[in-house]
Design a protein around this ligand. Structure first.
Ligand code: FAD
Length: 332
């Protein structure tokens, strides 16, 4: 037995909840599914200072408010479930949860987000939001006049290092290789900045501190020695991991595995839309995620309306007397 909705949303983060709020307010039946706890990345965020209208909000407060708003408008929610099978390409999208419950809808929005790639060092977890950050726009301001470290050597690392010099007294870039992977312009801009210094062939091995991060330990590959660097904070920019594995065989993805979409958030599959950090885009913020969720929902509503209009027109054609069908205009 399957349960029917107008739209299924995969991912109960800011993008998914926003899409749900818009769809439910337009009287569509909506199911939001999350493989984990509802809320998305804000749950891991201590303090959010750049969400317009909420100058200082804790991540879990925002997550809870989004969830409540979506449910109050009538969205159904399934959390901590496993998607055991999924069919997206036909006119009816079908999702099976935990090998038993089946849900169907003519439209589906993928809002499964992603996570900044971490170094995977045990001590990294301990200092997340206590000296380790993955977002210059979100946390740069907290490091005004501080001495900080940036880990990474790609475009994002160098561009964000430059942007962090607006706040920090000094920025030390630690890069594991002996050259950067970033575009030459990004390297030049960083090299021209007097607040930035570079330590190449430096492999971060540990983060240390008490309540907050105080030191980074790295292996200097040139000398083979381990070095300890005092710091007020570390920003890690070594890539982003979008949660797209379940869609790899169906949806068009960028080389980095992000879902490709047009400006209405439509994917290559009719009736399947995407929203938030999981799609290919340059800026990943709460505001961009909720904007995507809005657009995906509005485009989905139009799609559902078009489907309904097509059904009505097909029905009236099949019920029309043979005569009138004979006199339908023909294209020449
Ligand atoms: C530590 C940290 C601090 C940040 N601070 C700020 C800040 O201060 N300001 C700001 O603007 N932005 C900040 N961001 C970025 C912001 O949180 C994200 O841009 C935003 O949460 C993206 O929303 P989303 O809904 O697209 O994805 P997410 O928040 O990632 O939500 C996606 C949801 O989908 C679920 N999911 C994943 N895979 C599946 C699947 N297969 N099926 C079903 N569900 C699935 C996940 O469990 C998750 O709940 C921060 C991010 C981090 C990690």
């Amino acid at each position: 037995m399957s349960t029917h909705y107008d739209a299924i949303i995969l991912g109960a983060g800011p993008a998914g909840f926003t899409a749900g709020i818009y769809l439910a307010r337009s009287k569509r039946r909506v199911l939001i599914i999350d493989q984990s706890t509802a809320g998305g990345q804000p749950i891991f965020t201590h303090k959010i200072a750049n969400y317009p209208g909420l100058p200082e909000v804790h991540g879990y407060e925002l997550a809870f408010a989004l969830k409540k708003q979506a449910q109050d408008f009538g969205c159904d929610l399934e959390t901590n479930v496993e998607i055991t099978s999924m069919e997206l390409t036909g006119p009816v999208k079908r999702v099976e949860l935990d090998g038993e419950d089946v849900y169907e809808a003519p439209s589906l929005i993928v809002a499964t987000g992603g996570m900044p790639r971490s170094l995977g060092i045990g001590s990294e977890e301990d200092f997340k939001a206590r000296g380790i950050s993955y977002c210059a726009t979100c946390d740069g301001d907290f490091y005004t006049d501080k001495d900080i470290v940036v880990v990474g050597g790609g475009n994002t690392a160098l561009e964000e290092a430059v942007s962090l010099t607006r706040y920090a007294r000094s920025v030390t870039i630690l890069h594991v290789l002996n050259e950067f992977q970033a575009f030459p312009q990004a390297v030049e801009e960083a090299r021209a900045n007097p607040k930035i210094r570079f330590i190449m062939e430096a492999e971060v091995t540990a983060f240390e501190g008490d309540e907050r991060l105080g030191r980074v330990r790295y292996l200097d590959h040139a000398s083979g020695e381990e070095v300890v660097l005092e710091t007020d904070g570390v920003f890690i920019f070594i890539g982003y991991v979008p949660n797209t594995a379940p869609f790899a065989s169906t949806l068009d993805l960028s080389p980095r595995g992000e879902i490709l979409a047009d400006e209405d958030m439509a994917t290559n599959v009719a009736g399947v839309y995407v929203a938030g950090d999981v799609r290919q885009k340059r800026y990943r913020q709460l505001t961009t995620a909720v904007a995507d969720g809005t657009i995906a929902a509005l485009a989905t509503i139009e799609y559902l309306d078009r489907q309904a209009a097509n059904r009505t027109s097909n029905q009236s054609q099949s019920q029309a007397p043979i005569d009138s069908q004979d006199h339908a205009p023909t294209l020449t």
